[in-house]
Design a protein around this ligand. Structure first.
Ligand code: AMP
Ligand code: MG
Length: 322
């Protein structure tokens, strides 16, 4: 059952998050579906609860800029925008720091991370009490509209998450503006609560936004993001075993032995597999190249639940590159 909590239950909500459970909470934009961003299984559970068919990067939430800057490296533009708009509906995409504790799955394997400090007293209280970054997409099932009340959250996610922290209706009602600061030109990836004009007034002209003909940035597949991680070694799908020049991305208890192997989940658990996918690809890629291997052979993963998103990601990594 999904617990319905009030402002007085904030410590309970924080304890659930720290224990790896999912808790929806109000922000000034929409209700977020929160998970401990440093816990890969909790992050995998977010994708499962939302029923997302692919992994897209989640925004990480912090109680203040200082906490955010421990995970990403700000430049002068980021510091200026944070001083002007945080707490508030602006998410900044910045390079991850080397020691960043946010699980790779939360950032969909990217080298960058979207971070934000929400302007909502309950959200800030919760983030302070959790003491860890909280990854939170909108608290709705995939394909449904973003929720602005606790009732909306329960309509979509009742029974699928541990709790919802009820803070009444969200004042803004549209999502945060997502601004990419990882390149020389600042670009809006998703329009939202802070306008392009207000941003430009702080940091000067913005780069051209991604082509609207391709659809709104938040609906576009993250596989189209230029910086999306793909291993350098080619990937062979549906493998039963690894050849002599191959590293093995294994799944399940019956994986064959291979000199270089990473099992996504020995017990065949799809949430565990999702949480180990990006770290496994990176490790096999680096280690395989160091050992002179030529390919990664990936065993089949069942096409159900989180397996759908895992296979989507593997197919992208295996697709011919232009
Ligand atoms: P939601 O979690 O539903 O608010 O959507 C978050 C959106 O932010 C995603 O759909 C992405 O388009 C965008 N986003 C989050 N992190 C990144 C990132 N590292 N790089 C580019 N876009 C991002
Ligand atoms: Mg959403």
């Amino acid at each position: 059952m999904t617990e319905r909590l009030g402002p007085a239950d904030l410590p309970r909500a924080a304890a659930l998050l720290r224990a790896g459970e999912l808790v929806a909470f109000p922000t000034e934009t929409v209700y977020g579906l929160g998970a401990d961003a440093t816990n890969g299984q909790a992050v995998a559970a977010v994708f499962a609860a939302k029923g997302r068919p692919s992994f897209n990067p989640l925004i990480c939430h912090y109680p203040d800029a200082e906490a955010a800057w421990r995970d990403v490296a700000p430049d002068a533009r980021a510091e200026r925008l944070a001083a002007r708009f945080w707490p508030g509906p602006l998410s900044l995409v910045l390079p991850r720091r080397p020691g960043c504790g946010v699980d790779l799955l939360a950032g969909a394997g990217l080298e960058t991370l979207a971070v934000r400090v929400p302007a909502h007293p309950l959200a800030l209280g919760l983030l302070r009490a959790v003491g860890r970054p909280v990854a939170a997409p909108s608290a709705n099932r995939s394909g449904q509209v973003s929720p602005t009340t606790a009732e909306h959250v329960l309509e979509g996610l009742s029974g699928r998450i541990a709790a919802v922290l009820d803070g009444g209706a969200c004042p803004v009602g549209v999502e945060s503006t997502v601004l990419d600061l990882s390149g020389r030109e600042a670009r809006i990836l998703r329009p939202g609560g802070v306008t392009a004009e207000a941003i430009a007034a702080e940091i000067g002209p913005l780069g051209r936004a991604p082509d609207p003909a391709a659809g709104p940035a938040h609906l576009r597949s993250p596989g189209m993001l230029q910086s999306h991680y793909a291993p350098e070694l080619p990937l062979r799908l549906g493998a039963r075993e690894a050849g002599p020049e191959e590293a093995l991305l294994a799944f399940g208890p019956e994986a064959p032995a291979a000199p270089l192997a990473w099992n996504l989940s020995e017990r065949g658990d799809l949430a565990e597999a999702a949480s180990r996918l990006f770290s496994g690809l990176r490790w096999l890629d680096a280690e395989g190249r160091a050992r002179g291997l030529r390919r990664i052979a990936a065993m089949p993963v069942p096409e159900r639940g989180l397996g759908v998103a895992i296979n989507d990601r593997l197919r992208r990594a295996a697709a011919p590159r232009g």
